[in-house]
Structures are given as structure tokens and as C-alpha cells.
Design a protein around this ligand. Structure first.
Ligand code: S3P
Length: 172
């Protein structure tokens, strides 16, 4: 297991992008956001890719761009909520580095994603209660992938101390 490559996984709204940036600073490496790289590569927003090209296309691009990180030596990347569940991405990430699941509860996820649901094609047309049901169902569906992570951090562990502990354990 390579020590210097860290992949953050978890549902939308789990704080992957936020924590990837923080961790990159502590670790003196670059913090990436997979969704942002996909948008740059496709010159479209995630919503446009889903609407115009479909989810299958999105998942193919997502897997392709994830694999660019084979060549990189030290980084933290925030992946998309669905990344571990397609194209054998979870197996690939686990082979390459450390995978951390940010496992926030449904109430927190809903509160965070509702205000910006227009940028999130999977929930854009849903009401708050429908978003909660959607997230609950997705968590059930995705559990068998997420649970394979090397680390699963729950709310009380998703903080500076909890994440720095993992960095110091693994990163040279
Ligand atoms: C998705 C989550 C999004 C983005 C896309 C699909 C998902 O990423 O990749 O909208 O399938 O859960 P975030 O988890 O960064 O919101």
C-alpha cells in the first residue's frame, strides 16, 4: 500500500472537497477534486455532462481521470460520491493508496446538499424529504463499496485531529 496517495470517499455533502484541501496543506502536497478535474477535461459542468451525455459517459470519464493519478506520487484527492461504485475504482484506489470514508449521517448530508442541489444532477429535482430518502437509499446501495475503505470516520472523527492521525500514521 503506497503511503502518499490519499483518496477521500463518501456521499455528496460529506465534506470530501473541504477536507482534501485542508489535508493537502498539512501534508504539503496538492489537493485535488475529481469532479473539478472532470469539469475541466470535459469543459462542461457535472450537471451538463449528466444531462447532455448521460451518467454512463460521466462514469467512464470519472474512471479515466482517476487513473491519471497512477503517475502521481503524493496527493490528496476528493472523489465523487459515486466514484468507488463504478469501473472497479474502489479496487484500484485501494491498490494505489489509502482510502478514507467520510461517513456523515443522512441528516448532515441533506442539510449540506439541499441548498446547492442544482449543481447536483442526481438530486436537482427533488424536495428535501425526497433528498433524504434518495440519500438513505444510495447509502444502502453503496455501503458494500464504501465499507471497503481502509478507514471509516464517523462525524465525531471527521475533524483535524482525526484526519491528522491518519496522515501521521501513513505519510512519510
Ligand atoms: C455523485 C456525486 C457528485 C458528482 C456527481 C455524482 C454521486 O460528487 O460526482 O454529481 O453519484 O453521488 P460529490 O460527492 O462531490 O458531490
Amino acid at each position: 500500500m503506497a503511503a502518499d496517495k490519499i483518496f477521500l470517499i463518501g456521499m455528496m455533502g460529506a465534506g470530501k472537497t473541504y477536507w482534501a484541501q485542508k489535508m493537502a496543506k498539512w501534508n504539503k502536497c496538492v489537493g485535488y477534486d475529481l469532479d473539478a478535474l472532470i469539469e475541466m477535461n470535459e469543459e462542461k459542468t457535472i450537471a451538463e455532462i449528466f444531462n447532455e451525455d448521460g451518467e454512463d459517459h460521466f462514469r467512464k470519464v470519472e474512471a479515466k481521470i482517476l487513473r491519471w493519478f497512477k503517475e502521481k506520487k503524493k496527493f490528496i484527492i476528493a472523489t465523487g460520491g459515486g466514484t468507488p461504485c463504478f469501473q472497479e475504482n474502489m479496487q484500484w484506489m485501494k491498490k494505489e493508496g489509502i482510502v478514507i470514508w467520510l461517513d456523515e449521517p443522512v441528516e448532515v448530508l441533506v442539510k449540506r446538499v439541499s441548498p446547492e442541489k442544482n449543481q447536483r444532477p442526481l438530486i436537482a429535482t427533488l424536495s428535501d424529504s425526497q433528498i433524504a430518502t434518495f440519500i438513505e437509499n444510495k447509502l444502502v446501495e453503496r455501503h458494500s463499496f464504501y465499507v471497503q475503505a481502509h478507514y471509516r470516520l464517523t462525524s465525531d472523527q471527521i475533524n483535524e485531529a482525526g484526519l491528522k492521525k491518519i496522515i501521521t500514521k501513513h505519510v512519510s
